[in-house]
Design a protein around this ligand. Structure first.
Ligand code: MN
Ligand code: MG
Length: 659
């Protein structure tokens, strides 16, 4: 049974204690704090749920306390109990993003009349409306429209259109651009008055690139601000008393640029919009993350002076905007507001997780059948691998567990760059072993035998929910990127025996192997960079014979490298990957790309191509520790001479490499 925070407990039970002893005080409903001509309206936001209804990690195949709309639902019920007037809105990215979404899309399908489990959960909670996120388009328009058909609530989006008109108001929308909810608001005296709540939705126009295969020739997008400026006056004319923007777009620059992806700051400035629900970037607002952002108050939740919120992702946070409205004759206006977020869990100082709320059984029940089916789906084969996928030798030789990640990344990026100026540049891929022993211990390796591959195996190949990126680097930066990786090795004395190969302070996730070029690592040389990327020996060079298709790499030539957001944005401080070389930014996780790659190919062949090796050093041996189960694959390891050398420390097996 998850424990509750004291705060949540007191709120739910209206129980306060005094110095004189516990006494029961019944708090008035939230709305009673308003005056006779005033009323409170509580606007609740979920965003970027990504099919996370249950608190379950389908990749790891185990329950977790960090995700799940069934948990957010507890906060929703609390707020509804406190408030007389509330609306519940979802801000998009509900349809895709975990194996339950993939199960419905790839396996069960959406026939006419089928109910999508995430829609079933939103229906159960009585959502008032939703908008479309970019991921709604990942499985195509037919799948999307069949899923939306089951929704008991309107779905709005003002900037995805099937036909463009002379101006946005003349467009033919894929769904309604806006809706107006006719509601009754109870004022401070308990008297009901009508209110017309206008809701309008927006999605990043970049969906045309991210899902080009599904969307080209079928829909078009408009700039978010252009669509807002055109539609908001129409909504006012249509009788909207207040207007809430459902902006599936992040909080970014205050400067509007045509087609910008994260447009919520200039959107808040649009006249007539009273409040903005934001999302897409999977962050929490208000929070210190947004300190220093132009026109954004990171503490109060005001953007351009208007209330705005971002409710995290995967159901971990509920966003809440409280509006105090005042009635002026027959019209309502916003007098004041407050913004907060409520989390479903907290991370303790020792990094352990404490659940703050329990799941709501009705929401769990709404997806119970599909949950069981998803469990069966992740546990059975979705494709085959013709080679075993193991990471035991990933730090000493080209490796199938890294190779398959690069294959999938290249497959995806090649499709994304088609028709762009980058299409003709050599496309390389950087990938590092994530599960490679170290502090994880001697069993902490990827080990999937040849044959069937299940979804839960993909978690083994790609541990982190990184998203895909491509960077453009020079040949010189490419070489230095590899120099940075090669810092994982100790400097080896030529002719010496049984020297320890690896620097234990260097994490394996910073050992990028770059596929698409061939190279050697000269261990006799000092490392150019330290374990954190610091410059150690500016003239040092461990990377030799760096070639593209048999020709030496020109330091001035351009290359595209497929990688992830962590690396591309400066993680590990890699040369050529400090945030200023990104040419493609995708919303898809590398893990999802691997799943799609396997599903689409049916059978994958991740056999390593031995594109890198240690430069031979006659008469020199080094020692390398790995998992004891490595012995089974010894004969398959290419481009390195390796033999068992007894036991290493802490349960590891020791191997001797003859250089
Ligand atoms: Mn999202
Ligand atoms: Mg390779």
């Amino acid at each position: 049974m998850p424990t509750r925070s004291p705060e949540t407990f007191s709120r739910r039970n209206f129980l306060l204690s005094t110095a004189a002893g516990a006494s029961l005080i019944t708090l008035h409903p939230f709305s009673a704090r308003a005056a006779a001509n005033q009323a409170h309206l509580r606007i609740m936001e979920t965003t970027d749920v990504h099919v996370h209804v249950l608190p379950y990690d389908y990749y790891a195949d185990k329950p977790v306390d960090t995700v799940g709309l069934a948990r957010t639902a507890a906060h929703i019920n609390d707020i509804r109990a406190e408030a007389t007037n509330s609306v519940l809105l979802d801000n998009g990215d509900f349809l895709q993003g975990n194996p339950m979404g993939d199960y419905i899309a790839y396996e069960r399908g959406m026939k006419d009349g089928d109910l999508h489990p995430v829609i079933a959960a939103l229906n159960t909670l009585g959502f008032d409306a939703s908008t479309l996120g970019n991921h709604e388009f990942n499985y195509g328009l037919d799948f999307l429209m069949k899923s939306l058909a089951g929704a008991n609530f309107p779905v709005v989006s003002a900037n995805v259109v099937t036909e463009r008109g002379a101006d946005p108001t003349k467009d033919k929308g894929l769904v309604k651009p806006y809706v107006i909810l006719d509601r009754k608001l109870k004022d401070g005296d308990g008297v009901e008055h009508p209110i017309r709540i206008g809701l309008i939705g927006f999605v990043p126009p970049q969906i045309m690139q991210w899902d080009r295969g599904h969307l080209e020739g079928r829909v078009q997008t408009r700039d978010i601000i252009a669509a807002a400026k055109a539609w908001v006056p129409v909504m006012r004319e249509d009788g909207a008393d207040i207007i809430v923007a459902l902006s599936h777009s992040g909080i970014g620059s205050a400067q509007h640029t045509e087609g910008m992806e994260n447009a919520s700051v200039p959107l808040a400035a649009v006249e007539g919009i009273d409040a903005v629900l934001t999302g897409h970037s999977h962050l929490v607002y208000p929070s210190a993350t947004f300190e220093g952002f132009d026109m954004v108050d990171a503490t109060t939740g005001l953007i351009h002076g208007k209330p705005a919120v971002m409710g995290g992702f995967w159901g971990d946070t509920l966003g809440l905007i409280d509006l105090l409205l005042e009635r002026d004759g027959t019209e309502w206006r916003v007098v004041s507001s407050s913004v907060e977020t409520r989390q479903i869990y907290k991370r303790n100082d020792d990094r352990s997780i404490t659940a703050l709320v329990a799941s709501v059984p009705e929401v769990e029940a709404a997806v119970a059948k599909d949950h069981e089916a998803t469990l069966a789906y992740i546990r059975r084969a979705v494709g085959k691998t013709s080679a075993p996928l193991y990471s035991y030798f990933a730090l000493v030789a080209d490796d199938p567990s890294v190779q398959v990640v690069s294959q999938a990344q290249v497959w995806y990026i090649a499709g994304m760059l088609k028709g762009t100026e980058y299409e003709t540049l050599p496309l390389l891929s950087a990938a590092a072993p994530f599960k490679a022993g170290g502090r994880g211990g001697p069993d902490y390796y990827t080990d999937v035998p040849a044959g069937d591959v299940a979804i839960k195996n993909v978690a083994d190949l790609y541990l982190y929910p990184n998203t895909i990126r491509a960077v453009k680097v020079t040949g010189a930066q490419l070489k230095d990127w590899l120099e940075r990786s090669a810092g994982i090795f100790n400097q080896i004395t030529p002719g010496g025996a049984d020297q320890l190969l690896l620097n234990p302070d260097f994490p394996s996730y910073n050992f990028d192997v770059i596929d698409g070029v061939t190279y050697e690592i000269d261990l006799s040389q000092p490392s150019k960079y330290g374990p954190k990327g610091e410059d150690l020996n500016p003239t040092a060079s461990r990377i030799s014979s760096l070639m593209l298709m048999g020709q030496p790499v020109d330091p001035a030539a351009d290359f595209i490298i497929a990688t992830n957001n962590y690396r591309a944005e400066g993680g590990g401080d890699f040369p050529g990957a400090k945030g200023d070389t990104i040419v493609f930014e995708g919303p898809d996780t590398n893990r999802d790309i691997i799943v799609r790659f396997i599903v689409e190919k049916g059978t994958i062949d991740p056999a390593a191509d031995a594109n890198w090796r240690f430069r031979p050093m006659p008469g020199t041996t080094v020692l390398f520790d790995t998992g004891p189960k490595a012995a089974a694959y010894l004969s398959a390891v290419k481009a390195v001479t390796i033999a068992p050398a007894g036991n290493g420390p802490n349960g590891f097996a020791r191997f001797r490499i003859t250089l």
